[in-house]
Design a protein. Structure first.
Length: 236
């Protein structure tokens, strides 16, 4: 067995038993090589192997990290944030930052199919998993829905179904990458300029009635978007 394989297997055991928890940084390469009794060149072979397997992540400035558990909906399946967390055995949290009724913008009114300047409810929440901030979530919906609800640590989808009889059936979703500004970085516990994934959606009932507009900013290291893509058949 080569020295790099031995280092790889020892690191794998350490990660399996939780010596290095998700979201933590490994010791520096010099210290880690000393702990494992190998050269830094040999250590890097083992670390690169673990990186290729998705077990470790490398930052050019900060070293090697154990990635946090990545969220993601199954391909072509619409799940709420709460459902994604619970499916992974994690505790979802939601801290309400803003909850106010205001006039709809022209764009919001068009998407929700309501009159311009009609009242809408805006709810901003900081969403987390087992106490770790993961997403800053902004939702806009007609003001009569959930106006008096306390959505702390609650599922918006569940509240719409149970309190309003509204069932979200599908979502038109777009996703882009951005860099976190100073305030978002502070809320999500990341460095300013770190990557975030920004999702914009309009959710609908089964009959095509728009229910809500969502604007979600996820930590780039904590969310993965998956989709099934199909080619449209054509005839030459």
């Amino acid at each position: 067995m080569t020295a790099s394989t031995q280092a790889y297997e020892q690191l794998t055991r350490d990660l399996t038993v939780g010596r290095y928890a998700p979201g933590t940084r490994l010791p520096g390469e010099r210290d880690l090589a000393g702990l494992l009794g190998v050269s830094r060149a040999t250590l890097r072979l083992a670390l690169s192997r673990l990186e290729s397997e998705g077990v470790l992540q490398r930052s050019a400035q900060r070293g090697w990290f154990v990635p946090t558990q990545v969220l993601g909906e199954p391909p072509s399946t619409l799940q709420s944030f709460t459902e994604m967390a619970r499916a992974r055995g994690l505790r979802p949290t939601a801290r309400v930052m803003v909850q106010e009724v205001r006039p709809a913008s022209l764009d919001e009114a068009a998407k929700l199919r309501i009159a311009p300047a009609a009242p809408v409810l805006q709810i901003d929440r900081l969403r987390g998993m087992d106490g770790t901030p993961v997403c800053y979530d902004v939702v806009i919906l007609p003001a009569l829905a959930l106006q008096d609800s306390d959505l702390t640590d609650k599922s918006l989808y569940d509240e719409l179904r149970e309190r309003c009889g509204i069932e979200v059936h599908r979502s038109a979703y777009t996703l882009v990458a951005e860099s976190a500004d100073t305030e978002l970085a502070r809320l999500l516990g990341i460095t300013a300029g770190a990557p975030v994934l920004v999702g914009d959606e309009v959710a609908y009932t089964a009959d095509g009635t728009p229910v809500l507009i969502g604007h979600n900013k996820y930590r780039g290291d904590a969310y993965r978007f998956e989709a099934d893509l199909f080619r449209v058949s054509s005839r030459a």
